[in-house]
Design a protein around this ligand. Structure first.
Ligand code: COA
Length: 178
């Protein structure tokens, strides 16, 4: 385990690396975010078979030091993830891409911030990258605010850059140099 803390509402949360036995929780969380239809890349539900393959590929990337994939656990259940994956293109190996997602009922209590700090710390240590980038819907105010708070800055804005449930939305590109 990497970290244990209490949320603003007093829930005991552990942050640790993902393991294969988290697959069902991860699937439930991902599919619940798809159902919300909010501003994320999660627009299509996965099956247990697909999620199992996904988690297995993540585990091999962790072993190869190509990805950090942390989970937030509350009362034995995974309710959040944060990831940083190293770019594979040879001219971009000093860069990595960030992603985060929490189940609805644990948001707004400080878990996103703790997960983000923890995943960046691990990436600094094991991925040896110099900058972390991310893409976010401009309308995703909680996420944009979290990223700014952590020190990400906007370096690009692509108007109508993403299709979200048949509507064109604006995407922000953000970076944090380590
Ligand atoms: C974005 C997300 C990860 C934030 O995590 P969280 O645990 O809810 O955020 P925290 O409670 O740690 O808040 C950290 C900061 O984020 C910002 N923030 C969080 N929720 C916010 C809200 N509802 N409105 C505005 N800002 C918000 C604030 O700056 C906050 O700092 P503060 O508490 O000092 O005001 C979470 O809302 C989430 O998983 N959303 C759905 C999935 C998603 O959008 N992922 C990102 C895709 S790019």
């Amino acid at each position: 385990m990497l970290k244990r803390f209490k949320t603003k509402k007093g829930k005991d949360i552990s942050i640790r690396y993902v393991c294969l036995s988290d697959t069902k929780d991860l699937l439930e969380m991902y599919n619940s975010v798809v159902e919300e239809k909010n501003y994320t890349t999660a627009v299509k539900k996965f099956t247990l078979k697909e999620e199992t393959l996904f988690v297995k590929s993540v585990l091999s990337k962790i072993v190869d030091r190509r990805e950090i994939f942390l989970v937030a656990e509350y009362e034995g259940k995974v309710l959040g993830v944060a990831t940083i994956e190293k770019e594979v293109t040879p001219i971009k190996t000093h860069r990595a891409e960030f992603g985060i997602m929490l189940k609805k009922d644990i948001r707004g209590e400080g878990v996103g911030e703790e997960l983000t700090k923890a995943v960046i710390k691990e990436a600094k240590r094991f991925l040896k990258v110099k900058m972390i980038t991310l893409n976010v819907f401009e309308e995703n105010v909680p996420a944009v605010n979290l990223y700014k708070k952590i020190g990400f800055v906007v370096f690009g804005r692509l108007e109508k850059g993403v299709i979200h449930f048949k509507k064109l939305k604006t995407e922000l590109l953000m970076v944090k140099c380590l």
